[in-house]
Write a protein that binds this ligand. Structure first.
Ligand code: PMP
Ligand code: GLN
Length: 384
């Protein structure tokens, strides 16, 4: 492994999912649903395969049907208008979108400001691009992990090229508010920054919280690369279909990098995801309600098991504090949890540069069937 990647070994998700397999524990570590997305969308993928749509290299930027569907989705939900031909790019999941955006936009030596804890691929992709990451830590405050806007402002220097945002935020479940986003937008305009915003959990916001795309704030459309994912939006994480929307200059840059990463993304699934994005609002509402009920179940169960619970406003993760159990090292806790309780979770510390700030926090995924969550809660109660 070269020096840029030396600090990155196996991802925590691979490590913890492997532990779940070898111990037979319930896997609330890696975030993937245990119920597949809508049957009619699976049928749409089968039809595409059978009819020979997408079995050979699809167009580089993605099939026109999906680019149009992405543009329609952004317009319908957010009033954002993007040209499917010049402002939409289909990627191999949001993961490739993040990689391509950073590789395309970061010069070696540039600083990239990112919220900490950060999704694991951010750090590795910033490193591959030769950039330097500058973490701004979300801190626990009144039951949620909050952004300190002064800290964010102070993190921006003359070498800052880009802000890398994530809302709803993995792993904390924080959803940035309109006021916070407005302040971030002002900062980006004032300091002339680009923003890459990972909004893969855009449809998973709870308790009436609202997801507002950063690109919709004044001055942001021209400087923002927005990222979405069919994995999270339709429960098809194995399909690896994601998308980018951005103004033409930025989109062209990201597309240039994507060309040499995967060239194109898998064809038949693109047609199916195009149909999925056109599902009626009732699909999105039912999906959100289902996840909210699961959030409620797991959050209550974890509290009963004696953990400190940060009730998430979005995503499919609950972050907990293990100190009420008399523990303080989340990494050690997660390594021993399958043995002790038959449950797998993920230590938030691995998403921090300031490891000590993340040490006592542990993330549990609730995108699982109700009986699975109930069984996990029963097992965890044995810890108390
Ligand atoms: N960003 C965040 C915040 C995520 O949690 C994930 C994983 N679901 C991704 C990006 C990657 O998405 P995909 O599976 O579409 O590559
Ligand atoms: N995004 C998922 C999570 O946070 C996992 C994706 C992955 O394994 N790379 O759990």
């Amino acid at each position: 492994l070269n020096r840029r990647l030396a600090e990155f070994g196996t991802t925590i998700f691979a490590e913890m999912s492997a532990l779940a397999v070898t111990t037979g524990a319930i896997n609330l570590g890696q975030g993937f649903p245990d119920t597949d997305g809508p049957e009619e969308i699976r049928e749409a993928a089968v039809r595409a395969l059978r009819d020979g749509r997408g079995n050979q290299y699809p167009p580089g930027p993605g099939v026109p049907e999906l680019r149009t569907a992405v543009a329609d989705h952004q317009r319908r939900r957010y009033g954002l208008s993007y040209d499917p031909d010049t402002e939409v790019l289909v990627t191999a999941g949001a993961t490739e979108a993040i990689a391509a955006a950073l590789l395309a936009l970061v010069e070696p030596g540039d600083e990239v400001v990112a919220l900490e804890p950060y999704y694991d691929s951010y750090a590795a992709c910033i490193a591959m691009a030769g950039g330097t990451r500058v973490p701004v830590t979300l801190r626990p405050h009144e039951g949620a992990f909050r952004l300190d806007l002064d800290e964010l402002r102070d993190a921006v220097t003359d070498r800052t090229r880009l802000l890398l945002l994530n809302t709803p935020h993995n792993p904390t479940g924080t959803v940035l508010t309109r006021g916070e986003l407005a302040a971030i937008a002002e900062l980006a305009v004032e300091r002339d920054l680009l923003v890459v915003t990972d909004e893969v959990y855009e449809h998973l916001v709870f308790d009436g919280a609202e997801h507002i795309p950063l690109a919709s704030f004044p001055g942001m459309r021209e400087r923002t690369v927005s990222i979405g994912s069919a994995g999270k939006t339709f429960s098809f994480t194995g399909w690896k279909v994601g998308w980018v929307t951005a103004a033409p200059a930025l989109l062209t840059a990201v597309r240039s990098a994507k060309q040499y990463l995967t060239y194109v993304s898998a064809g038949p699934f693109q047609y199916a995801v195009a149909e999925a994005l056109a599902l009626p609002d009732s699909y999105f509402a039912a999906y959100r309600q289902d996840m909210e009920a699961k959030r409620n179940l797991l959050a209550a169960g974890l509290a009963e098991a004696g953990l400190g619970v940060y009730r998430p406003a979005g995503t499919y993760f609950v972050t907990t504090d293990i100190r009420p159990l008399g523990e303080s090292d989340g990494i050690a806790f997660c390594r021993s949890l399958p043995e002790r309780a038959g449950v797998v979770a993920v230590p938030n510390a691995v998403f921090y540069d300031h490891r000590e700030a993340g040490a006592p926090f542990v993330r549990f995924a609730f995108c699982k069937r109700v009986p699975v969550l109930q069984e996990a809660v029963q097992r965890l109660k044995a810890l108390a």
